[in-house]
Design a protein around this ligand. Structure first.
Ligand SMILES: NC(=O)c1ccc[n+]([C@@H]2O[C@H](COP(=O)([O-])OP(=O)(O)OC[C@H]3O[C@@H](n4cnc5c(N)ncnc54)[C@H](OP(=O)(O)O)[C@@H]3O)[C@@H](O)[C@H]2O)c1
Length: 311
């Protein structure tokens, strides 16, 4: 089968299309015929060798988001059948999604939403991250207020929609060119982080947030403690919390790494099928153009998601 392999750590040029042996479904696994693979910033970070301790050594097949059809079932799998259309987030320790076939633990997969394969492949990593940040880590509730940084990106655009579907008030940061997009997704207030400070806008409107989702880090992270209510929660997906700031502002802060989770993907699929959440695919490229997809992702300007079409 065809796969895009990281042949050595480095720039986009280390990605090579190679013929490798098709995997088999082991016990408890599905062999999935991949139709689309999502691209995430972690893909190019891994390609560069920034997560060496967690990932296989080159050569290995990149890719952590897939949507496709079940080709065969491993021993003991009862929840799926051959031909089911599924989607999954593949653990960073394994990957293998930039390929025509991949073996996936059945408990980490779910029936895909009725959206097309590209839209489905846009969901798992970013969608699970947004879900786990808002609901597992921060316990966001109906009627609360959440500030979402990087709202137009992969994680952010799902977080805006999940928070709205939960009944929260959503404040989003993005550059002006993404404001209409975010309002359509349900953001109540949109702040252009290139022109004004989010903390000034919230202060002027007399708003204190229950939850902040930090997808940016650095200065954005440091300035976020001050906009929270006492006892509020800052969830970062990019850097550890700062104990001195937690103490100073009387807030909670945490960092986490998403985990594969089939049942949560099934819940997200239900929201998509109910029309409450729409994955946004801004760019679709053939698998063979994975290097170009990485170059685009590395600009940090992606609206929604980049997806590779697998034939
Ligand atoms: N810990 C975890 O489990 C986990 C999981 C997923 C992702 N991550 C990490 O989280 C980060 C975000 O992931 P992603 O997939 O959402 O990335 P992404 O899709 O590449 O995000 C791109 C978006 O970031 C926005 N942006 C850039 N700088 C900004 C700023 N200062 N303020 C507000 N928005 C800004 C851009 O909006 P504009 O064009 O409007 O500027 C663009 O829409 C990455 O570093 C990723 O590796 C961690």
């Amino acid at each position: 089968m065809k796969a895009v392999r990281v042949t050595a750590y480095g720039g986009p040029e280390v990605l090579k299309v190679e013929e490798i042996e098709r995997p088999k479904a082991g016990p408890g696994e599905l062999l999935v015929h991949v139709r689309a693979a999502g691209v995430n910033p972690v893909d190019w970070k891994i390609r560069q060798g920034l997560l060496k301790g967690m990932t296989p050594q080159p050569p290995f097949t990149l890719g952590y988001d897939i949507a496709g059809t079940v080709e065969s079932l491993g021993e003991g799998v009862t929840d799926f059948k051959v031909g089911d259309e599924v989607y999954a987030y593949l653990a960073l320790t394994k990957g293998g999604g930039y390929a025509q076939y991949v073996a996936v633990p059945a408990k980490e997969a779910a029936k895909k939403p009725k959206a097309d394969f590209a839209e489905a492949a846009a969901v798992p990593l970013a969608g699970l991250t947004a879900w786990q940040a808002l609901f597992t880590q921060a316990s966001l509730k109906d009627g609360q207020t959440v500030l979402i940084h990087g709202a137009a990106g992969g994680v952010g655009h799902f977080a805006v929609q999940f928070a709205k579907s939960k009944g929260a008030t959503v404040i989003a940061t993005a550059s002006s060119s993404n404001h209409e997009f975010l309002k359509k997704l349900g953001a109540d207030i949109v702040i252009d982080y290139t022109k004004e400070k989010f903390e000034d806008v919230l202060k002027a409107k007399n708003i204190q947030a229950d939850v902040v989702l930090d997808t940016i880090g650095a200065d954005t992270h440091d300035r976020s403690y001050a906009v929270l209510k006492k006892g509020g929660t800052l969830v970062s997906i990019v850097q550890p919390p700062k104990a001195d700031k937690m103490k100073e502002f009387g807030v909670n802060a945490k960092v986490f790494l998403l985990m594969p989770n089939g049942p949560q993907l099934a819940e997200i699929a239900r929201l998509i099928d109910a029309g409450k959440v729409s994955p946004h695919v801004s760019t679709e490229l053939p698998l063979e153009e994975a290097a170009k997809a990485h170059e685009l992702s590395q600009t940090g300007k992606t609206r929604g998601k980049i997806v590779l079409e697998v034939k």
